[in-house]
Design a protein around this ligand. Sequence first.
Ligand code: NAD
Length: 522
Amino acid sequence: ASAQPANSPSATSYPTTHDKIASVQDTPYFIDNRFVSSSTDKFIDLHDPATNNLVTRVPQNTDAELQAAVESASRAFKTWSQTSVLHRQQIMFKFVALIRSNWDRLAASITLEQGKTFADAKGDVLRGLQVAEAACGAPELLKGEVLEVAKDMETRTYREPLGVVAAICPFNFPAMIPLWSIPVATITGNTLVLKPSERDPGAAMILAELCREAGFPDGVVNVVHGAHRTVDFILDEPAIKAVSFVGGNKAGEYIFARGSANGKRVQANLGAKNHAAVLPDCNKNQFLNAVVGAAFGAAGQRCMALSTLVMIGETKEWLPELAERAKGLSVNGGFEEGADLGPVISPHSKARIEGLIASAEEEGATVLLDGRGFKPDKYPDGNWIAPTIITNVTKDMRCYKEEIFGPVLVCLNVDTLDEAIDLINENEYGNGVAIFTRSGPTAETFRRRIEAGQVGINVPIPVPLPMFSFTGNKKSVAGGGVSTFYGKPGINFYTQLKTVTAMWTSADAISKKADVAMPTHN
Ligand code: NAD
């Protein structure tokens, strides 16, 4: 066992450049508040997306190690679930303060492993930190209800933890998404086994260290690694009562089906194809900046990236200006001053995105701005794609139907708001949507008729703050989105209700005959 995660050295020294790492260390896993080297012989190489230099090797934990993590969480649950919510709140306050004081360090790990710019990585941390801050309000959120159902009888509800719960995370928000689970799962009294993405677990390892420092007892938060094998272990392990998944549709639909079939609660946020409807009466300058930021920021690797523009009427004439602004973005290593977007996560992802751009050309669309082939001078070996805009797109094209998850904006033209609404509603995804207009009534019509979980009115990425919940719709959530992340629904997901009916006086105590009719309390 070692004291620090190998790929996230102590708070005072951590990588802030894309330079080759002299001595690459394997990522440990985290069990009973200790960082432990896996005894596996199977590792997943993790490369800096800006250089493809090796950063660390991520273990595929052995079944025995995965079992040990669940046992650690099961042991911890016995005492953690008996602590008061005020005690857990005190630990959460410390956790919040520690995330804040390790903000740069967390962001640097994200830039190194995931590729997004340092400024964007700081936003990734902040959005997660805010979930932890909101979780500090749990004493209010965990309150039950009480009703005097008859003059000598009352019914009360309690919110109780589930037991050991698990989280399976995607690569694109290495801090924010683990923080959709760690605070909410633990403040409600559960213990957690978290599996970060095997492509960038560094931020989750730092968070684990901060959990220990904040005072979480051994086993309340454990972090395990691996790919499909680890996921199957989680889905089939009876001691795990609930699974939180965020990621793509292929994995998520499988996880939802298998986890649910095994009797677990599963919440699963999936892929997206977020549209923006643009009206000629909008503030053009604000729209152009908003869409360029939301389509190309994080190299388009956000589930709420604005990847599809529906240009209404004459707004299609703004496309050359849009392309000019997109062209002005700086594509560079995420640690470089002034970088607007970094590389995509892997060579495989780059090839997939370039394939979708090529398919658009083959199917008759126009590549108005072509980011293929771009390389910043300093980083010739990274997974680069510069902002790309595809116009004259139609609904039948692959670039429209598939989630691209890269810095690619596809643009369709329609004549009316009605047509825009119909087109967006026909799309099988329903994560986020935006409308750009200065008309209140137009925005209101859109808001009412649109089938998407999160609607932005002149707001390009309407990710709800944690006092609300992340409310995807249609194919962007599994199981009809019955269970959403954070906010009150997040508290509900991680707790089960116990309903107690009590009678404190009994006029019948001396009666010799049992009343066998269904009680009616009238
Ligand atoms: P992914 O589905 O490839 O991976 C997510 C997790 O699932 C990882 O931990 C991975 O190890 C595991 N996994 C991958 N394939 C698996 C399989 N076949 N069987 C079992 N487990 C598997 O997703 P990603 O590429 O890391 O993340 C990008 C995707 O996540 C995009 O589709 C994006 O839209 C989505 N996403 C959605 C939200 C949301 O809230 N709706 C937020 C962030 C990301």
